[in-house]
Write a protein that binds this ligand. Structure first.
Ligand SMILES: NC(=O)c1ccc[n+]([C@@H]2O[C@H](COP(=O)([O-])OP(=O)(O)OC[C@H]3O[C@@H](n4cnc5c(N)ncnc54)[C@H](O)[C@@H]3O)[C@@H](O)[C@H]2O)c1
Length: 252
């Protein structure tokens, strides 16, 4: 399909690398105008420059997703500049391998701000704008950890934060439906990105493949079509859902 997102303005967080970076490219190829947000300014500029070189309309928005005022400013910038915000893909986040009994309340608080509060900040700002215009699609990123309690890459605290993402999204979907705003979740697992590859020992990498029924790890490109589907008008009757993108591995 071509131009599935033609005319749509979409804000994507985590755009500097990994899954969100690939999703940006996929959405641009489908005709979207992008606001690419990330905390990593130099890498974000590189990512934006790459898409611009290919002729795609996009701009950088340096944003720390844990700062509500920065999030509000990013959403407002999109609305002021383009007059509408059709989609939000909130993909930025961190993983965490801290074992429960090694954790501290301070670290839990920090992790919750990055992975869960950010979902509230972005969802709140975007949903408000979308309610005004009477339409919009929000896609939040959770994880298989929300359902399994954690795994190789994430432990209980991460699972709790991502479980919160699922519950918050489902609640938002219910409350925002009367205003034409849909809210869905992508729950990936075992996708090769800097998050899962940096510092990874070859044994755990090889072991992870054995647990995936489809017999391979995922790539950031594997997330493109599921996200575009949820953003597109063709998914107009889909809200409050979780799309699992994990090669069939539910407890890796
Ligand atoms: N890769 C996987 O296998 C996997 C599995 C389950 C869930 N996820 C989820 O998918 C999403 C994307 O993961 P990824 O693998 O592409 O990760 P990644 O580490 O490759 O990319 C994450 C991006 O988020 C940005 N970011 C981090 N903290 C930020 C902050 N405070 N403000 C703004 N930007 C910030 C980083 O700069 C980076 O560009 C995450 O929410 C992650 O939890 C990934």
């Amino acid at each position: 399909m071509e131009n599935e997102l033609k005319g749509k303005v979409i804000l994507i967080t985590g755009a500097a690398q990994g899954i969100a970076n690939a999703v940006c490219r996929g959405c641009a190829e489908e005709g979207a105008t992008l606001i690419m947000a990330d905390i990593n300014a130099p890498k974000l500029e590189e990512a934006v420059a790459e898409l611009r070189t290919l002729g795609y309309p996009c701009e950088a928005c340096v944003m720390d997703i844990t700062k509500q005022e920065m999030v509000n400013a990013g959403v407002q910038m999109a609305v002021d500049k383009y007059g509408h915000l059709d989609g939000l893909v909130h993909c930025a986040g961190i993983s965490d391998k801290t074992l429960f009994l090694d954790s501290t309340a301070e670290w839990f608080d920090k992790l919750m701000h990055i992975d869960l509060y950010s979902t509230y900040y972005l969802g709140f700002a975007a949903a408000k704008a979308m309610k005004e215009q009477g339409y919009g699609s929000i896609v939040n990123f959770a994880s298989i950890a929300a359902f399994s309690g954690g795994g190789l890459m994430g432990t209980s605290l991460y699972a709790a934060a991502k479980g919160g993402v699922v519950s918050l999204s489902r609640g938002m979907a219910r409350e925002m439906a009367p205003f034409g705003v849909r809210v869905n979740v992508i729950a990936p697992a075992s996708i090769d990105t800097p998050m899962t590859l940096v510092g990874r020992d070859p044994e755990s990498y090889a072991a992870s493949i054995k647990k995936i029924p489809l017999g391979r790890r995922g790539t950031p490109q594997d997330l493109i079509r599921p996200v575009i589907m949820l953003l597109s008008d063709g998914a107009g009757f889909v809200t409050g859902q979780v799309v699992h993108v994990n090669g069939g591995a539910y407890f890796c």
